[in-house]
Design a protein around this ligand. Structure first.
Ligand SMILES: [Zn+2]
Ligand SMILES: [Zn+2]
Length: 256
């Protein structure tokens, strides 16, 4: 499996992009940086987009992707839970802010929405995809993606602490997990459903206890304004756990 990080942050700038992952060039997870990171041919190569939740930094490129597929006369499959579809139709693809590409053009809509349910495994573009509920400010699922050769990625999406139930459902080779804020912002993180490095340590200790080991770990959704300090705090967690924790970056490719 080849996982490319197109967007690794929670703020956009010339140097940072909102969250998007790309699996084997054909399966995207979250749409924070799909159109800005991929050429038109690369966008047309996409077989499906999985969305974790409705927040703008994870769905923002869906209207632009819809327009690009409309102009190409093709259709992109988008998968998520029902609340995400409802939010897209109410706020973005509402024929006011932008056209409803789930119904346009009527003979062959540019976006085909497919509903996923937490706890259920579906086949998407040849991968087994399990949606797993996590703890965020709005209904959110992480995704365990299993390749035909059995290799597994688990991406937590945005989440606060308390992932024990989630860990019981997944067994990843590669864990992509969010760490948004500095340890001093723990209260803010708890309130908004995000993790600090200190919270990550507790979650990883639970995971190790449950599974007897840790997978490869990459963090995303960092606040770029605090990144040097977040890196220091993550290095301390890695040292305490005797493991390696990589900070995700735009353009990073992980093959396993
Ligand atoms: Zn969010
Ligand atoms: Zn986010």
């Amino acid at each position: 499996m080849k996982v490319q990080i197109l967007g690794a942050h929670n703020l956009e700038s010339q140097d940072t992009r909102c969250i998007s992952l790309l699996v084997d060039d054909i399966l995207a997870i979250d749409a924070g940086a799909l159109t800005s990171s991929l050429s038109f041919p690369a966008q047309q190569k996409l077989k499906a987009v999985l969305l974790t939740h409705q927040h703008y930094d994870h769905t923002r490129d869906i209207p632009a992707l819809g327009m690009n597929f409309f102009m190409h006369g093709s259709t992109i499959d988008v998968y998520s839970t029902a609340p995400v579809r409802d939010a897209l139709l109410e706020h973005l693809l509402n024929d006011s802010l932008y056209p409803n590409f789930m119904e346009k053009p009527p003979e062959k809509p540019s976006i085909k929405f497919n509903e996923l349910k937490p706890g259920r495994t579906e086949t998407v573009a040849g991968y087994k995809v399990l949606a797993v509920s996590v703890n965020h400010a709005v209904p959110t699922v992480g995704y365990e993606v299993t390749a035909p050769d059995g290799k597994k990625l688990f991406y937590t999406a945005d989440t606060g602490p308390g992932l024990d139930e989630c860990w019981r459902q997944v067994s990843p080779d590669l864990l992509i997990i969010e760490v948004t804020a500095l340890n001093k912002w723990a209260q803010f993180s708890l309130g908004s459903g995000h993790l600090t490095a200190g919270m990550l340590q507790k979650e990883l200790e639970s995971l190790r206890k449950l599974k007897g080991g840790l997978p490869q770990i990459v963090t995303v959704h960092m606040n770029p304004l605090d990144e040097p300090e977040i890196k220091k705090e993550l290095n301390a967690v890695a040292a305490a756990l005797h493991t390696e924790i990589k900070l995700g970056r735009e353009g990073m490719i992980i093959e396993f």
